[in-house]
Design a protein around this ligand. Sequence first.
Ligand SMILES: Cc1ncc(COP(=O)(O)O)c(C=O)c1O
Length: 435
Amino acid sequence: MNFENSLRFAKKLDKTDPLKSFRQKFHLPKIGGKRTLYFTGNSLGLQPKSTRSFLNQELSDWAALGVEGHLHAKHPWLYYHKFSKKTLAGLVGAKPLEVVAMNQLTVNLHLMMTSFYQPTPTRFKILTEAGAFSSDQYAFEAQLKIHNINPEEGLIELNPRHGEHTLRTEDILNAIEKHSDQLALVIFGAVQYYSGQFFNIKAITEAGHRAGAHVGFDLAHAIGNVPLSLHKHEVDFAVWCSYKYLNAGPGGIAGAFVHEKHANNTNLVRLAGWWGHHEKDRFQMKKGFIAMPGADGWQVSNFPILSGAAQLASLQLFEEAGIKNLRKKSVLLTGFLEFLLKSIEKNSEYFIIITNSNADERGCQLSILMRKDGKKVFTSLTKAGVLADWREPNVIRVAPVPLYNTFEEVFQFVEIFRRSISTTKASDRSKRSDA
Ligand SMILES: Cc1ncc(COP(=O)(O)O)c(C=O)c1O
């Protein structure tokens, strides 16, 4: 699309947006009584207005039925993990058997790594992107230590080339091939939390498998943001959280994907618990764990109903909107943001966009690397009512979310960003002349 740098054009895009009605279905935050420009759906998604009634249903059933709610609630609690399967499967490109909502992301990462990271004396290395999210780094380190492997030796972290900010797919594939004799696991954040890069899941998975390793992905920034095809691409496992693009609320229930080819593999070591045990005799309380088929067999504890209810509210909106339609809008929305930022980026001593410029290699987030006065500009944005986020050491992440952000908001954001830089520049200049 040929974008134009004008408010009139932004309004025109909003008017013709087929998904525009979805914004009304969310609570839009106000700070100090003033509506914010909310661009942090990559950190905490907004609350659907329907969430309260989903929660109220379970609170009412709990009040009315007590323990009987397990079988007789409107949505019987015993089977609650099943109610989100269809939509979650659609979002990650999986069969319902392959997905389950459970726990939190890092817990699921440990559960998956317990099964899919089984090093041998010769094949023991984990290959990942450098600068992975801290919690993932801690999990990798811990898993290596569990197997008495020095993390310095066991972890291969890939850095972008000198002067570049994102990884080239060819470099990832070459590294996998280079270390193929020693690799036990290849694992990437599907959409990198800092740079916003959307990695090539298909190519990485194929290369990892050619090398003889298992391949997994952290989908924290990918699920609900970009369409995925985990089953087709034969990814072994994936984990995600639901408080970002899935709008399931702070600390919302996470999830996991295990490929169908592992569905009945009882040889895989796992950290078992009663909710993963075969449903038909779970309450027999007998010795001897028998895993449920598919991802359900990795469940450990019983399901957190209130958290799951909040997730169902948002998943219903994804069903209505459709991830492909959302992605179509998202490409436009982020493309517009990039176009406007580029109009002020030229020769800017203040910032560059480090997220890939090819829409296929990013989700909705753009990461703006501040070369100068980053914190000052960020503070000025916040004062002007923009909720974006700051990631150390010097990145402002901006995520226009197609379910609730508008083209007009993107236009307003870039205007405020431009003004914040000008004000910072002017105050720097006056300080220098005072000195
Ligand atoms: C990429 C990534 N991985 C892991 C986590 C940690 O998630 P949790 O607290 O659910 O374990 C986050 C949290 O924001 C994340 O962004």
